[in-house]
Design a protein around this ligand. Structure first.
Ligand SMILES: [Zn+2]
Length: 160
């Protein structure tokens, strides 16, 4: 029994905010604005898993009106969603994802993102793909006004 899910997320960029993607803090002139730590990649993966389980979206589970989630570590939220996924009887087959950011270049951080995401998901690093793209200097991403992420996930029933 397999289930597929899709997720995406956008955060506005601002000076003086930390930039955290895939649980990795990245040196950057601009960081992401948001209620939690604004980790767009983790948020997209959370939405993909919730979607695969037909459990609504991240806003329903971690409302941004709730002070508990202010500056929250998004990997903590991902671990909570992974626990819910396991309680529903599912495990990760694989995750594919894309982070869209004009600068800095993310390539040097990809392996650490994959390792942290895989640990939070209790899966092998080889099951977690993270790809980085720029916005080719056009639109919100290309003009460094936003960071965006997309993710797809396949889950399999762990009770076979
Ligand atoms: Zn988000």
């Amino acid at each position: 029994m397999f289930r597929i899910g899709i997720g995406n997320d956008t955060h506005r960029l601002a000076r003086g905010r930390p930039l955290i993607l895939g649980g990795v803090r990245i040196e950057s002139e601009f960081g992401a604005e948001g209620h939690s730590d604004a980790d767009a990649l983790v948020h997209a993966i959370i939405d993909a898993i919730l979607g695969a389980l037909v459990l609504g979206d991240i806003g329903a589970h971690f409302p941004d009106t709730d002070p508990r989630w202010k500056n929250a570590d998004s990997l903590e939220l991902l671990r909570a969603v992974r626990e819910r996924m396991q309680a529903e009887g599912y495990a990760i087959v694989n995750v594919d994802s894309i982070v869209m950011l004009e600068r800095p270049r993310l390539r040097p951080h990809i392996e650490e993102m994959r390792a942290r995401l895989a640990a939070a998901l209790e899966t092998d690093t080889n099951n977690v793909s993270v790809k980085a793209k720029t916005g080719e200097r056009v639109d919100a991403v290309g003009e460094s006004r936003a960071v965006m992420a997309q993710a797809v996930v396949i889950l399999e029933s762990s009770s076979r």
